[in-house]
Design a protein around this ligand. Structure first.
Ligand code: SIN
Length: 306
């Protein structure tokens, strides 16, 4: 067995590093480029039935500790995204393709999922964008009943694994995670961005994002993401994908020790380029060999022994 091989439900991964939703995940060419740089799976940028231009720029701004973003779920709509995903048939043999979808009703989620079901390997339901409008994003994922209803209706209507991406911006993330699991979720992605937050330009006094408020991502949220993975691992039995500020193999190991079976990389690509996938994979291989492990799965949940 390959030393980095892992799995999420029925999805086999040659290594645990997945492209996170939102970065380089709209066109087939950028997704292929990320796979060529070592990603073990690809999550698309979130899309839905209708195209959306999102919020006006500036939408993503680097700040100390990471980024603040309020992109507004911009996407070309499912019909156009379908044409892009069709081009990834060969890439999928190397790296499973996971469609991140969003909507504001069961009907929208189901129709969007069914349109692409035959050309993707799994779904990631985005019920967690902290600055979404019109009943999308965290409007769903902050509520355990709404989360249950969306997840169970998608599960009833598609035959591919369903992963649910949760927001940390709730009183008790384990309650929402348990609802998603009870509704039939095959896995959980933890976490979407933290906030929303606000930053203001000191010369003009103007909020730096056009939408004013935006989600925080990058290294500054890593301890919160780790805490969420740790708590949810103790309270659920489905696989967890950890995401939030992973920059190197040491960050990756912390998430695996907390209970993650796979990991997603997003903001760090903006700082270090897509080469980060091959770099972290190689460093993980070296670490595992030096420490005498046969496979990365031996490390999942290690922190819970203490
Ligand atoms: C965005 O498009 O604004 C970000 C999406 C998300 O946070 O889920």
């Amino acid at each position: 067995m390959n030393i980095l091989e892992t799995e999420i439900s029925q999805i086999k991964l040659k290594n645990p590093l997945m492209l996170a939703a939102g970065i380089l995940g709209t066109t087939a060419s950028s997704m292929k480029m990320v796979v060529n740089n070592g990603a073990g799976a690809i999550v698309t940028k979130s899309f839905t039935q209708e195209a959306s231009s999102g919020y006006k720029n500036p939408t993503v701004v680097k700040i100390e500790g990471g980024v603040i973003n309020s992109v507004g779920l911009s996407n070309p709509g499912v019909e156009a995204e379908y044409e892009e995903l069709l081009k990834l048939e060969n890439t999928r043999k190397d790296a499973p393709l996971i469609a991140s979808i969003y909507g504001n009703s069961e009907d929208v989620f189901i129709k969007t999922a069914q349109k692409v079901e035959d050309i993707v390997d799994a779904f990631e339901l985005n019920v967690s964008c902290p600055h979404a409008k019109n009943g999308c994003g965290a409007n769903i994922g902050e509520n355990s009943k709404l989360t249950y209803d969306i997840v169970s209706s998608v599960k009833e209507n598609v035959n591919k694994p369903v992963i649910v991406k949760l927001t940390p911006n709730v009183t008790d993330i384990t309650e929402i995670a348990c609802s998603a699991q009870d509704a039939g979720a095959d896995a959980l992605t933890l976490i979407n961005s933290v906030g929303p937050g606000l930053r203001i330009d000191i010369k003009t006094g103007r909020p730096i994002l056009n939408n004013k408020f935006g989600g925080l991502a990058g290294p500054m949220i890593k301890p919160i993401a780790l805490r969420c993975v740790y708590q949810v691992y103790e309270n659920t039995s489905i696989p967890i994908i950890g995401v939030g500020g992973i920059r190197n193999y040491k960050d990756a190991l912390e998430f695996i020790y907390a209970g993650a079976s796979a990991l997603q990389i997003g903001t760090s690509i903006m700082y270090n380029g897509p080469e980060i996938f091959n770099q972290i994979n190689q460093d993980l291989i070296d670490f595992l060999k030096n420490e005498g492990y046969n496979n990365i799965k031996e490390l999942i949940g290690k922190a819970h022994k203490f």
